[in-house]
Design a binder for this molecule. Structure first.
Ligand code: PPS
Length: 363
């Protein structure tokens, strides 16, 4: 009787192991055979001075290629309420009221949406004139009571995620925010490894290489920047300690994700392909091998918005292109405001146009 009972148990266990094994084999072969499907629902949190305009350009081109609907700023504006917290009625066509930011975003995005953003190392990002003087004695210049007008001077990445940039940095607080960000975002990319980020994005979203090929947008001219001294590089990590820890954390998760998904060897190959394609397109489209000073941009409609005193560079296109090539090249160099203006006019033909003129192109 004892043997009989155990034999039955053993039989059951063996049967289960068999079923689990078969399910594993089936899933493995299904993964090998089934090509992934490009993700069409994407939410990008635009962060400042972190190559976010280049990412936006990638998203704009993808949305045109697949005729997708964009959440565009309502009325005459170009921002979704920044620096206020996001609300759904900042998006053209949404009128609902009375909920929290996360719910607002969920209200306008479908359930199966990939949420992502991009961060940059403080040391490479903060290159404004007078940065060293500022960091030598920041409290001389920084006034806590100025509140929202201070956001670029302390922990602005923290602010862009919707948190208090003046908050006291304690381990518990830091960890609780990180946990919230990790819950809300599927992917955090890095400006400092932009090409690697584009490969990771392409693989996560199952897009093509050409979807993430780009020209670098919104770069500052050399005479608009001041590099940090070695002392400032150390001081900024203290002054913006929340941002510094945030960046370090997501730098680690970025490389972990690469290792778990693509692997370093394949990453290097794909980055290489991306750069080759980028060079090919630059030769095809551009008059100059590098972005040029705003005064040298011949077509004013291709001049990027000039924020502050910095000189923001742009591009001149070659003249000798057929219509289809010109259209493709234009979309790669069109600055953000002009592109938003164009997409808005296209998506809402009956509404009043935004006032930034965009290059005329044929649809
Ligand atoms: N592909 C790529 N790789 C590395 N860095 C890049 C890339 N594209 C843009 N950039 C740099 O990003 C800075 C502009 O960022 P944003 O577009 O976010 O600026 S803005 O806030 O929208 O004005 C700006 O940095 P600075 O030149 O230091 O100002 C750009 O040079």
């Amino acid at each position: 009787h004892f043997f009989y009972r155990h034999a039955r148990l053993m039989g059951l266990v063996t049967l289960w192991l068999g079923v689990i094994f078969l399910a594993g084999v089936w899933e493995f072969s299904a993964k090998q055979l089934r090509p992934c499907h490009p993700r069409m629902n994407v939410m990008f949190l635009k962060t400042h001075k972190m190559a976010s305009s280049t990412v936006m350009n990638i998203l704009f081109r993808f949305s045109e290629k697949h005729n997708l609907t964009l959440a565009l700023p309502a009325g005459e504006g170009y921002h979704l309420g920044y620096p206020q917290r996001f609300m759904a009625h900042f998006v053209e066509g949404f009128k609902t009221m009375g909920q929290k930011v996360r719910l607002w975003v969920q209200k306008i995005m479908p359930n199966a949406t990939i949420y992502f953003t991009i961060l940059r190392n403080l040391v490479s990002q903060i290159r404004s004139k007078n940065v060293n003087e500022f960091l030598a004695s920041p409290w001389t210049y920084y006034n806590l009571s100025e509140n929202i007008y201070n956001i670029y001077a302390m922990n602005y990445m923290w602010f862009d995620f919707g948190y208090d940039n003046n908050a006291v940095d304690t381990e518990d607080y830091f960890q609780s925010v990180i946990a919230e960000i990790e819950q809300a975002f599927h992917l955090i990319l890095l400006t400092d490894y932009f090409d690697e980020s584009m490969v990771l994005l392409k693989n996560t979203l199952c897009w093509d290489l050409d979807d993430v090929v780009y020209f670098k947008l919104n770069s500052r001219s050399e005479d608009s920047i001041q590099e940090m001294t070695p002392e400032s590089k150390e001081k900024v990590k203290e002054w913006c300690s929340l941002d510094w820890k945030l960046y370090q954390h997501f730098n680690r998760t970025f490389w972990r994700r690469i290792e778990e998904t693509i692997g370093l060897e394949k990453l290097a190959q794909e980055v290489n392909l991306l750069r080759m394609r980028q060079e090919e397109l630059m030769e095809l489209c551009l008059l100059d091998p590098k972005p040029v000073d705003k005064s040298r941009i011949k077509d004013r409609k291709l001049q990027p918005f000039q924020s502050g005193r910095a000189n923001i560079l742009g591009y001149n296109l070659r003249q000798d292109m057929d219509n289809a090539t010109l259209r493709a090249c234009l979309s790669l160099v069109t600055p953000e405001l002009q592109y938003v203006s164009y997409l808005y006019a296209h998506q809402f033909p009956d509404k009043k146009k935004k006032d930034t003129a965009f290059p005329l192109w044929w649809r």
